[in-house]
Write a protein that binds this ligand. Structure first.
Ligand code: HEC
Ligand code: HEC
Ligand code: HEC
Ligand code: HEC
Ligand code: HEC
Length: 368
């Protein structure tokens, strides 16, 4: 009787401890902080994304036992590789064994949702003395399913549409693309300009959310995006002469660590104003110092020397300006045997209302 009692009590405690352990292991802080230096870039990038309140496991594991077990098996290997310092720097992307978005993204978002047209304004600054601002305004035809007929950009996710491709390991060159729409015969597009003789082809992959939204949460900016956003939001004083040009130069230099970068960037900015604008360097000393500090933060949020992550290590595929993105398929370079080409007309994806304009007419129409 005593033995049975001991075993039962033991089993109960063990089960509770294990489920508590699983609970801890599923927490965002466990994934993001336990192996600090390894995960720190993803953790930092995650915290400034629209998904900062979505647990890592919601996208990386999802519901269901089989994915849970897979994640624990790969987690066990990750533990060993971290302990023995065997992991790759930077952590390679794309994540080839990531669960298809049906089991993750689509638990919260659903492909049939109709978004219609989404306006977007992008502000950029120039490298002149006045850091002049220019604006681009787009109406993005996100679309989706409207009463059983998909249109626009989210047409790719229609239940009747399947697009699959074979690419290189990085998914940057799409060699073959197949489109299956409803009962129509499969259309096979082949990339016309292939430079390599024997390109290394991956297996067929069915396109899903992350082929466009590959950075829904680990958002790394390009140096220009980061500096322009800080200027737009006035974290850096826009009226400091040449602050964009000098800021970009400073954050693009090489540093061994975040501390070294913070110091190097601050002194580069300070030195520039002291030698080129000495009067301003003393009258606006605080703004100059703040600019250096903010630029140091931008570096620390996007570049991780210990993990060999530089500006542009993790490109975002949801457009075509900062990476190939849509143009991996939509550059007019993929054709069927009959000469049908994957469309590249600017207007299928957006209406360009203003393009790098100092004061777009349309903004004049909006009451201040
Ligand atoms: C909203 C969904 C989502 C959440 C939440 C999320 N991730 Fe990711 N993560 C992704 C996607 C999608 C990729 C794959 C990008 C690719 O394959 O191109 C990825 C890739 C990664 C990578 C590979 C490196 C890279 O950036 O491509 C690591 C490491 C990672 N995530 C860790 C984490 C950690 C740690 C957390 C929690 C702090 C987390 N992820 C939360 C969606 C998510
Ligand atoms: C647990 C729920 C959840 C999961 C899983 C999830 N999302 Fe989200 N997602 C949200 C919420 C909530 C928002 C809105 C956040 C806000 O506006 O504050 C959002 C916003 C977005 C946006 C709009 C971003 C923006 O800048 O406004 C995109 C795109 C997106 N998600 C894509 C994805 C993709 C791709 C995945 C899978 C890799 C994913 N989501 C997984 C809940 C989720
Ligand atoms: C063909 C590329 C592509 C695919 C595939 C794709 N999206 Fe998008 N999605 C976009 C683009 C481009 C936008 C507009 C981005 C912007 O506003 O900057 C967008 C916008 C969104 C938004 C924000 C909509 C808004 O207007 O506020 C959400 C949420 C979203 N997508 C979720 C998803 C989910 C979930 C999937 C998978 C079921 C998915 N997308 C598949 C390209 C894609
Ligand atoms: C893996 C290849 C691939 C990628 C990457 C891709 N597309 Fe497509 N897209 C296609 C194919 C194939 C078609 C159908 C072409 C046709 O019928 O001529 C298509 C069609 C479209 C259409 C027309 C939809 C309709 O209503 O008929 C739009 C809009 C579009 N894509 C936007 C985008 C955007 C925006 C991106 C990037 C965020 C993107 N695509 C990325 C393969 C791709
Ligand atoms: C396959 C769809 C597609 C096609 C074709 C396309 N674009 Fe785009 N474009 C996009 C998407 C998606 C974005 C991203 C908007 C964002 O930043 O979220 C974009 C962004 C842009 C931007 C703003 C980028 C920036 O950062 O300043 C410009 C300008 C632009 N496109 C011009 C063009 C022109 C000109 C053409 C025709 C030669 C064209 N696009 C063809 C989908 C497309």
């Amino acid at each position: 009787m005593i033995l049975i009692l001991v075993v039962t009590v033991g089993a109960v405690i063990l089960t509770a401890a294990m489920s508590q352990g699983v609970h801890v292991m599923e927490s965002t802080s466990f994934c993001g902080e336990t192996c600090h230096s390894v995960m720190s870039p993803e953790y930092i990038a995650y915290h400034r994304s629209p998904h900062a309140r979505v647990a890592c496991v919601e996208c990386h594991v999802g519901e269901g036992t089989s994915w849970f077990v897979r994640s624990k098996l790969s987690g066990a290997w990750q533990l060993v590789s971290t302990a023995l310092d065997l992991y790759e720097r930077p952590i390679p992307t794309p994540v080839h064994h990531l669960r298809p978005s049906e089991g993750t993204c689509e638990q919260c978002h659903w492909p049939e949702k109709f978004y219609g047209v989404s306006p977007k304004m992008i502000t950029k600054f120039s490298d002149d003395e006045a850091n002049s601002a220019v604006k681009t305004i787009l109406l993005l035809k996100v679309g989706g399913d409207d009463f059983g007929g998909s249109q626009g950009i989210h047409w790719h996710m229609d239940a009747e549409v399947e697009i699959r491709y074979r690419s290189d390991e990085k998914r940057r060159t799409m060699y073959e693309v197949e489109l299956q729409a409803g009962d129509d015969p499969v259309k096979r597009f082949v990339k016309q300009t292939v430079k390599e003789d024997n390109p290394e082809l991956m297996d067929w992959r069915v396109m899903d959310c992350i082929d466009c939204h590959n950075r829904p949460t680990h958002v790394y900016y390009t140096a220009e995006q980061a500096v322009d956003l800080a200027l737009e939001r006035s974290f850096i004083a826009k009226d400091l002469p040449f602050v964009r040009r000098e800021g970009l130069k400073a954050v693009r230099a090489e540093y061994a660590s975040h501390d070294e970068a913070a110091q190097g960037i601050s002194s580069a900015i300070k030195n520039f104003y002291q030698s080129e604008y000495p009067a301003l360097a003393s009258s606006r000393a605080e703004d100059v110092q703040e600019a250096g500090r903010v630029l140091g933060r931008l570096y620390a949020n996007n570049v991780f020397p210990t993990m060999k992550i530089e500006w542009d290590t993790y490109p975002d595929f949801s457009g075509h300006y900062n990476s190939l993105g849509c143009n991996r398929c939509h550059a007019g370079d993929h054709a069927t045997e009959d000469g049908d080409v994957i469309e590249s007309d600017c207007s299928i994806c957006h209406t360009i209302v203003a393009w790098d304009e100092a004061s777009p007419e349309i903004l004049e129409l909006i009451p201040k």
